[in-house]
Write a protein that binds this ligand. Structure first.
Ligand code: ADP
Length: 273
């Protein structure tokens, strides 16, 4: 059984008005525990609309969202608590930071879950470590950190809720290569340690090739392709026809990965795995 499954989702904005927009058409996709899935597609293909269905931020007009075998919308009152298990990280999450210390900011989510102080302290330290920052950051002012560090603090706040499904919308946008590596290392670390599923929305084919095992391609609100990343990226003609281009460097990266190398992209460091 999949950890989370979207079954035949249809979603329409402003139905019955002049602005009616059928954003998702009969979309089905399933994600297993421990899996990392990329979600790609041209701007306007429905990625943002789709990820808002995973944790009940949007209710489908028809179709089902099934989490751990249960239809999310059968018990709408429980959706709020399920949101702690299905973490959604929007673009530029650091914009949501508001506390004056890193520790307080990471504590915000777990506190809303009603977690006690001792468990909270353990979670804060664990999440901070997971994103590659040491305890000396706890008392620091998050607004004085670098952009990449702020991003990692914001994501640590989501990890502290220990989500079983983590959905990230363009998590590396605006980061320099170093910040990007640190972020993806943190996400790999969390996935390995927790067995969580990760869904990554990205315009960067390189990030998709680097991080995910499987990719789902959306085109005009429908699933156009779904499969292992190498086999999807090999379908160049189909991808070009829906406005997606796979750079040559990404193909090289995939070829190296298939040969068992771990590749640090942009820095062009190649290490034998
Ligand atoms: P993507 O994330 O792939 O860029 P979106 O899910 O944002 O795609 O958008 C899918 C379609 O729905 C687009 O045509 C977009 O214009 C439309 N859309 C998105 N949000 C809204 C909204 N709040 N109201 C009306 N239409 C919307």
């Amino acid at each position: 059984m999949a950890l989370i499954e979207l079954k035949n989702i249809n979603y329409c904005y402003s139905p019955g008005t002049a602005f009616e927009k059928h954003a998702l058409r009969d979309v089905s996709m399933a994600v297993d525990a421990g899996e990392s899935v990329g979600l790609i597609g041209h701007t306007g293909s429905g990625k943002s609309t789709l990820i808002r269905h995973f944790n009940g931020l949007l209710r489908p007009n028809s179709g089902q969202v099934v989490y751990q075998g249960n239809d999310l919308w059968k018990k709408p009152n429980e959706i709020r608590s399920i949101r702690f298990q299905i973490g959604l990280v929007f673009q530029y999450p650091e914009a949501q930071i508001f506390e004056d210390t890193v520790g307080k900011d990471i504590a915000y989510g777990p506190r809303n879950m009603g977690i006690g102080q001792e468990e909270m302290n353990a979670r804060i330290r664990e999440s901070l470590q997971c994103v590659g920052l040491d305890n000396s950051y706890l008392e620091r002012n998050p607004f004085r950190l670098s952009g990449g560090e702020m991003r990692r603090v914001a994501i640590a706040g989501v990890l502290a809720m220990r989500p079983k499904v983590l959905i990230l919308d363009e998590p590396a946008a605006g980061l320099d290569p170093e910040g990007r590596h640190a972020l993806f290392d943190a996400l790999r670390h969390y996935r390995r340690k927790s067995g969580a599923a990760v869904v990554l929305v990205s315009h960067s084919m390189e990030d998709i090739a680097d991080f995910v095992d499987r990719v789902v391609v959306l085109d005009q609100g429908s699933v156009a392709l779904d499969g292992p990343v190498a086999s999807i990226f090999a379908q160049a003609e189909k991808l070009v026809s829906i406005g997606l281009d796979i750079p040559q460097s990404t193909k090289v990266l995939l070829g190296l990965k298939a040969k068992g190398y771990s590749v640090k992209t942009e820095a062009y460091t190649v290490e034998q795995a």
